[in-house]
Design a protein around this ligand. Sequence first.
Ligand code: 6CN
Length: 224
Amino acid sequence: MVMNMRMRKEHGLIIAFDMEDVDFAANLAKDLKGAEGNFAIKIGRTLEMQTGKGIIAKIKEFSDLPLIYDGKIADIPYISRKIAEKAYDAGADAVIVQGFVGSDVLNEIVDLGLGDVIAVVEMTHPGSDEYIQPVSEKIAEMVEDIGVDGVVLPATRPERVKKLVKIVKNTYVISPGIKAQGANPGDAIVNGADYEVVGRAIYEADNPKRAAEEIYKEVIERCQ
Ligand code: 6CN
């Protein structure tokens, strides 16, 4: 049985592993061991689809950083629980679940008690305004009542981060959208987020480890 690491409410950078090259991913995980900063790794579906859930165990073998499985789970409670169980069993410390699917799905995963549950409250892309944003305050209230561990809020809309963090007082906030989607390092953290999430700007950089350290430094400097 793999022990799961709980994440804390503190400043840090989550590196999105959305690359398709499994060896590159494993090497980056190894490289990040000595990196200067507070990091976690988020494994996305594009990487998972290369090998299946085994990629979670493989990255865990090479890394001592917290591992988040970003399946953006959004199914009926029974199926959602199964997906989360498999991810935790493979070594994920946290799983990401869509908040809009409703409280029964979130409760089902929280009740497993196998690791952190991170709920998506509002997304970074323009289409998030169409259906999610009009209800995201209600989603935030619902996930706060349930007692999830973390939430996703959009760094691409810092004013939304500022507003929504007031509702999700007891969870840590992770915010994607930095660089490739237009937000600047620090935009979410200065508005109350705890972690910023960066993918392409790190794994597509010439030196991904150095890019991670530099972006981390930029983020932290903005909150001092
Ligand atoms: O820095 P990039 O734009 O390359 O990657 C952003 C990462 C991706 O893994 C994407 O799936 O953050 C994730 N993400 C999430 C929610 C959201 O609203 N927008 C995102 O970009 C999550 N989790």
